[in-house]
Design a protein around this ligand. Structure first.
Ligand code: APR
Ligand code: PHB
Length: 388
């Protein structure tokens, strides 16, 4: 098989890149190691920056998002029983859209099928070759046969555990990492959300987040120990702990119900530099991970592939500046989102290992934030998303 761009991975990064390249008339093939159903079964965040919404619109995959996405003009923070609203729209003139990553992935898959774009699911032993020369290839096995895709470029959209970053010689990479000493226990349930807006809570028992997927489906998180056994977190235990961490007034309104999904995720900050090696580009989680506080993961993946799709389209019109500048331009945005996600995580979680001084610093910072419009504006402009 021959194509212009071979994309490894059919998560949101790979699928959106495929959709944008198709829109620009660049032929592409996606190779994914899992089934489409498996990819759709993963529950992830659901807050879209305007840049992400605009890219989905550019790719022509925004009809359901426009009909069902929930525009949010602000969110709430709670600390020491005090609640404070961050007025995103008032402070920045911008809003975010709540629409689950599962739905984004679904819409992109449906569009790809409708446009008859080639996608290989359940590809085994995917490997990438020749990207340091002029003839890259992606190889995989399917139904016992070895298949090879000849291409001009490879896009590594294969997530944190993918094969693309791992195929780059270690000496050509620099990585930066921070692992946090706790996890997020997430629960999805078909119950109406606690409130119209998201609520982030810093409580002495740990962080809590009340989020949503729709008017009838809610997503809640609790800071938990990394070695907690998920079996001990029965639905009853989850709801009881969430109620303890919410302000009393909110806890009264919490509607509980059977969980559809429950899982513990570790929190990590991670960046690889550079994001391009010859004819191999990394995008999304393959190149960087953010802790979920602030929901930047999907938005960063989208802005990477926004830049990359334009760079590749320009290449086929005879200009290579975009390709040359891809890594530098993507990383400039990545590091700012890394900073915000790290800061928001540090502000809202409990870190007993930071001692009494650390706790006082957190209190002082929250007190300052709740009383300063300038500080709130900093939060708001990062939350709605910085310019590309
Ligand atoms: N060969 C082919 N596909 C692979 C390989 C491989 N060797 N390794 C991983 N993949 C696939 C995974 O099965 C997955 O479907 O690559 C895809 C990567 O998708 P994500 O992990 O969702 O990463 P990305 O598309 O960059 O999404 C970034 O979405 O998933 C969230 O937390 C993530 O919010 C972040 C954003
Ligand atoms: C989510 O809905 O899953 C979500 C929302 C906001 C965050 C993180 C996760 O900051």
């Amino acid at each position: 098989m021959k194509t212009q761009v071979a994309i490894v991975g059919a998560g949101p990064a790979g699928l959106l890149l495929g959709a944008l390249l198709h829109h620009y008339g660049v032929h592409n093939v996606i190779v994914e190691q899992r089934s489409a159903a498996y990819v759709l079964g993963r529950i992830r965040a659901g807050v879209l920056e305007q840049i992400t919404v605009d890219l989905l619109a550019e790719a022509g995959v925004d009809a359901r998002l426009r009909a069902e996405g929930l525009p949010h003009d602000g969110f709430e923070m709670c600390f020491g029983g005090q609640r404070h609203r961050i007025d995103l729209f008032g402070l920045t003139g911008k809003r975010v859209t709540v629409y689950g990553q599962t739905e984004v992935t679904h819409d992109l898959m449906d569009a790809r099928t409708a446009q008859q774009q080639p996608t290989v699911y359940e590809a085994q032993d995917v490997s990438v070759h020749g990207f340091d020369g002029s003839a890259p290839r992606v190889r995989y096995r399917q139904d016992g046969q070895t298949q090879e895709i000849e291409c001009d470029f490879i896009a590594g959209c294969d997530g944190f555990h993918g094969v693309c970053r791992a195929s780059v010689p270690a000496a050509a990479l620099q990585t930066f990492e921070k692992v946090y000493p706790f996890g997020w226990l997430g629960l999805l349930a078909d119950v109406p959300p606690l409130a119209h807006e998201l609520l982030y809570v810093n409580h002495e028992r740990g962080f809590a987040l009340c989020s949503m997927r729709s008017q009838t489906r809610s997503r809640y998180y609790l800071q938990c120990a990394l070695d907690d056994d998920i079996r001990q977190w029965t639905d009853e235990a989850f709801w009881a702990e969430l109620k303890r961490r919410l302000p009393a007034e909110s806890a009264k309104h919490l509607v509980t119900g059977a969980s559809l999904e429950k899982s513990i995720a570790p929190l990590r900050s991670f960046v690889t530099e550079p994001m391009r090696f010859g004819r191999l580009f990394l995008a999304g989680d393959a190149a960087h991970i953010v802790p979920p506080t602030g929901a930047k993961g999907l938005n960063l993946a989208a802005s990477d592939v926004g830049l990359l799709s334009r760079a590749l389209a320009e290449h086929y019109r005879g200009r290579d500046d975009g390709i040359e500048q891809y890594s530098q331009r993507a990383l400039a945005r990545v590091w700012k989102a890394e900073r915000f996600s790290w800061w928001f995580t540090s502000l809202m979680h409990r870190f007993p290992e930071n001692g009494a001084f650390g706790a006082k610093m957190q209190t002082a910072e929250l007190d300052y934030l709740f009383g300063s419009r300038a500080a709130q504006q900093v939060v708001a402009e990062n939350y709605v998303g910085l310019a590309l």
